[in-house]
Design a protein around this ligand. Sequence first.
Ligand code: SF4
Ligand code: SF4
Length: 322
Amino acid sequence: MSDKKMDIPENMQSSLIPEMLSLDSKINFNCHKDISCYNKCCKQADITLTAYDVVRMKQHFGIDSSEFLNNYTVPFEMDAHGTPGIKMRTDNEGVCIHMREEGCSIYENRPSACRYYGMGVMSRRDQGSTEDYYVYFRNKEDICKGWEEDYETTVGEYREDQGLVDYDKYNREWMQLILKKKSAGYTIGKPSEMSMQLFFMASFDLDRFKRFVTSPAFNKVYLMKPEEIEQVTSDDIALMEFGYVFMRHVLFGEESLPMDENAYEKRYEERKEIIEMRRDVEVKEHQRKQEELKKEALRVDDERLDDGHNADSCATDDSCKK
Ligand code: SF4
Ligand code: SF4
C-alpha cells in the first residue's frame, strides 16, 4: 500500500496532475473481502503516519506513545530539511505487520493513508487566500481492482464509509503546519536540531510531551496557569491540539504562547527532556539495527549449514551424481 495520496510530506505526492473531485463527485469504487485483490495493498505497505494516527493506534493497543513508536514504527525524514516523520513498520518483504489473512487486525483504528487508499486527498490554498481546502482524486493503483467494481458512490460517502471525517478534522492542522513549512519555510533559516526534536515529540510522542508540558522546566519558560496546563493535558486529543500550537510557536516563531521574559536563560532546562528523548530514540534505533544484523547473520549461517549438509549428503549419495 503506497501512501502518496495525502498532501503532507513531499515524498507522499504524485507527480501526475489528477482530475480534481469534490465531495459530491460520483465514483465507482468498492473494496470488500471477496475481491480478487483482497489484502494485496497491505502486502506492499508504505504508510506514513500522522499525529492523529498515532493517538488512535496507541489507544487501540492501550500503550504509551514511546512504546508504540518503538514497537510499530520506523523513523524517516519527510523532507530535505530533515523534518522527522514515522512510517508503519513492515516485515522484510514489505508486508504490514498488522495484516492477517482475514484482513487488517487494527481495522477500526487503521491509519489515514490506509483509509484513503482508493482515493487521494490534497490540501490546497488559492492564491491570496489564507484558507485551505481539500480536493480529492482517484488513486488507481494497478493492483487495486476496487475501481472495476460496479458500485456507484460519491467521494463524500466514501469518506464517511472509511471513517475519515474525524481523521480529516484532526489531521488538518498538522498538515497545515507541514504545508506552511513547505511554502514559507521556517522563520529563521534552517530549523535547529532541537526544534526538529520538539516537532517529533509534539507530533508523535504525546506521553513524553505531556511529561514535558507538566514539568517545572516548561513552567519556568511558559506562563500558563495550572488550570490551563490541566486542560491541555486532560486527554490525548487536547494534548495533540496543544502540540499544534506549541509547534507553531517553536517552528515559526508565532507568539501563540506567553513566555517569561527571562525565558532564554531558563530554556536550557528544556533540553534535558529533549536530549533524553533523542538518546532514547537513537539507542532504540541502534538496538533495532543490531537485532536485524543478528537475524541476517543467523540466516546466512543457516543457509551455509544447509548447503554444507546438502554437499555432505551428495558426497555419500549416488542420486546426486550426474
Ligand atoms: S494498517 Fe491495516 S489497512 Fe493499513 S496497511 Fe496495515 S493491515 Fe493494511
Ligand atoms: S480493492 Fe484496493 S483497497 Fe481494497 S483490498 Fe483490493 S487493493 Fe486493497
